[in-house]
Design a protein around this ligand. Sequence first.
Ligand code: UD1
Ligand code: UDP
Length: 387
Amino acid sequence: MPRILFVFGTRPEAIKLCPVIVEMRARSRFDVRVAITGQHRDMLGPILSAFNVVPDYGLDLMHPGQTLTGTMSRFLAALENVLGDARPELVFVQGDTTSTLAGALSAFYARIPVAHVEAGMRTGDAGDPFPEEMNRVVTSRLATLHFAATTGAAENLQNEAIPPGSIAVTGNSGIDAVNYVRDALASGALPGCGLGFLDRRRKLIVVTAHRRESFGEGIDSICRALRRIAARRDVQIVWPVHPNPNVTGPVHAQLSDFPSIHLIEPLAYVPFVDLMRRAYVLVTDSGGIQEEAPSLGKPVIVMRARTERGEGVEAGAARLAGTDEGRIVSEVSWLLDHPEEVAKIGRVGNPYGDGRASARIADFTLQWFDRDRQSADRTAAPAATRA
Ligand code: UD1
Ligand code: UDP
């Protein structure tokens, strides 16, 4: 059986790779191992247990207030040993984080092919999102297999001379997760978020923010906007605050005294999906939430200047507000005052996936192993650099 190693470390990677791991294990055609970098030590546990994923390697490398260089260097050193022990024939990474790039680069150094899930999204600006845009671009250069969520992402890869035969358009595996949890919550098979303070008479605004390019003035501006929105009597705001100290410090300092703003700890994935289900609007800079929102029929105000997830904007499900105080207030207020438009947005389908991405990823991987076995070329350089 082909030996496959999944390497990941942050919350969104776990949410988007666990369905793929479950699918590959169910096929009984792969020997699947899992290595966790520990980048998000505190937030991964509930996700892994929800999917019954037990890591084979747990690196526990998170440091409070970790820097990009410090994190990357610790990951690379530790992953060299993991790869030496696991000796995988293919390494799976997901997305655009430090764990993603560290997983891809350490595999490349060990001459092990890389499969990149959620490949090909681009803003075209190396500084936004920082460092994620460049992490994703470099991972594409290192990877041999590219799983693009959308045709747009696949086109981006082809425009960078990645061979079409190495790209599969699969949908985003995060949609597999959110659709499953959504349906299980609706049928009562999974318990809800249990947030007893929620007031049914007020429209619920769910907020999250964590992007590095927003630290400082961006976060302050978001807080000012939320104070203005929270002054309305018909709303309540719930913000599960990301544990990054650049977020928790200023957010608690500026918003904890406002009665209709509830700052809470990050929620485990299932309760968070339930919270989003109950929301009137989602206000976020999160990539994953932009993708999940259409599955839940919720509009998203995106607190970023640009997004690599243009499909939601084109479909009318998302609107870009940046971190400008006035823009955030006006976009959210407009939706609060136009429930008929919110209902319309609720009927937009999900452009990021249909819930079957993991199956397509497993199929393509099997085909690749079959093809690759015949050509006996499994440890060659990335396809993009082959002659
Ligand atoms: C990281 C990713 C970002 C991704 C985000 C998802 C990089 C460079 N950034 O940003 O792309 O969108 O995760 O959430 O890879 N912390 C904890 N406990 C945790 C996690 C974080 O306390 O479980 C705190 C620590 O002080 C840590 C800090 O947050 O040092 C920053 O974590 P880090 O992973 O470096 O950056 P994120 O902002 O989480
Ligand atoms: N999420 C969660 N609990 C929370 C906030 C978010 O489980 O309190 C989930 C959310 O549903 C999405 C993912 O975390 O699947 C997004 O992660 P994040 O915003 O940290 O990273 P990004 O997607 O921006 O990289």
